[in-house]
Design a protein around this ligand. Structure first.
Ligand SMILES: Cc1cc2nc3c(=O)[nH]c(=O)nc-3n(C[C@H](O)[C@H](O)[C@H](O)COP(=O)(O)OP(=O)(O)OC[C@H]3O[C@@H](n4cnc5c(N)ncnc54)[C@H](O)[C@@H]3O)c2cc1C
Length: 288
């Protein structure tokens, strides 16, 4: 590991000032479960590491603010998985958080870090896409909101501007509630990154959103407004056709060590069917 300076600012203004002053030589540290590995293997060698855990605006917490779930950037997977408001209004997000890594990883790994790391396999990405979430980003020019769908570019790359920090994630709770489910496939039992990660959300108006990751350079979301997927009485063949269209843009790497493209595409369809069935059951039962 290369030596680096460490700063642990107590205010957002100080954190932003450090990032502005040191430019690309500074890296943000939240839980460190991605960054520390990169510091150790030398694929990241910042001159300064800025620890954001003491910045009050990014503090862990999950609250209902006028019909929106607001999740502080440094909220851990453990906290998200245990949150009744997440389980009630964004079930897939709670399930995804519970599936990340191991107990030790979930106790450290933050939602902000999972998004900003921008791994195509990030488990919280599909549920956030299904629930149409946005990030609140603070930077040198102020605060802005970015739809999660507009954030991901490719592995490790987001549309965050230099010096910007994710402060919080907002998950809307629409009047037509979304019943959702998360599914994933890994190479082995125990903790592992997903070979396929997928979430499905269905609302009472018949709109179905399916988001999937680890099958291309970034997680994708697709929407079925035809009502076919949301219709429990639709013929299997009709559903399979719509699902195939929705999943058509998956483009898994041919060289990944985790799983071959044929396997991933086959599993994507299986997980799509399973998540849809669970989401429909939850919708029928009045759950989210
Ligand atoms: C053993 C192991 C198992 C894992 N299993 C899974 C898994 O099953 N599913 C999964 O999705 N992930 C998994 N991960 C990856 C990792 O745990 C998650 O991506 C985690 O959520 C990252 O959060 P963090 O707080 O640790 O991020 P950090 O490592 O602190 O940061 C990650 C990146 O995001 C940047 N960053 C962090 N917070 C912010 C912010 N608020 N604003 C701007 N930039 C920020 C950092 O600079 C860094 O580039 C695993 C990791 C390990 C080591």
């Amino acid at each position: 590991m290369q030596p680096f300076a460490y700063a642990c600012p107590n205010t957002l203004a100080d954190a932003l000032a450090l990032l502005a002053e040191r430019g690309p030589g500074a890296r943000v540290l939240a839980g460190g479960t991605d960054l520390i590995i990169r510091l150790r293997d030398g694929s990241a060698s910042p001159a300064l590491v800025v620890d954001i855990k003491r910045v009050p605006e990014l503090a862990p917490g999950i609250r209902n603010e006028a019909g929106t779930i607001v999740i502080g950037a440094t909220t851990t997977m453990t906290e998200i998985a245990a949150s009744p408001i997440v389980r009630r209004h964004a079930h897939a997000l709670g399930e995804a958080a519970a599936a990340v890594g191991s107990i030790q990883i979930r106790n450290r790994a933050t939602l902000g870090g999972n998004i900003c790391n921008a791994s195509p396999a990030a488990d919280t990405a599909p549920p956030l896409l299904v629930h149409d979430a946005r990030v609140v980003a603070a930077g040198p020019t102020g605060v802005r909101r970015i739809a999660v769908d507009d954030l991901f570019v490719r592995s490790g790359i987001t549309t965050l501007a230099p010096g910007e920090l994710v402060v919080a994630v907002e998950v809307p709770m629409p009047a037509s509630r979304i019943a959702s489910a998360h599914q994933r496939r890994t190479r082995r039992r125990g903790h592992d990154l997903a070979s396929v990660t997928l979430a499905c959300g269905v609302d009472a108006a018949g709109v179905t959103r399916v988001a999937f990751g680890s099958v291309g350079p970034r997680p994708l979301v697709r929407v079925d407004t035809s009502g076919v997927l949301a219709d429990p009485g639709a013929p299997d063949a009709a559903r399979a056709d719509v699902l195939a269209t929705i999943l058509a843009d998956a483009s898994p790497s041919a060289t990944s060590m985790r799983a071959g493209p044929e396997y991933r595409l086959a599993m994507l369809r299986v997980l799509g069917r399973r998540a849809l069935a669970i989401a429909l059951e939850r919708l029928a039962a009045g759950e989210q």
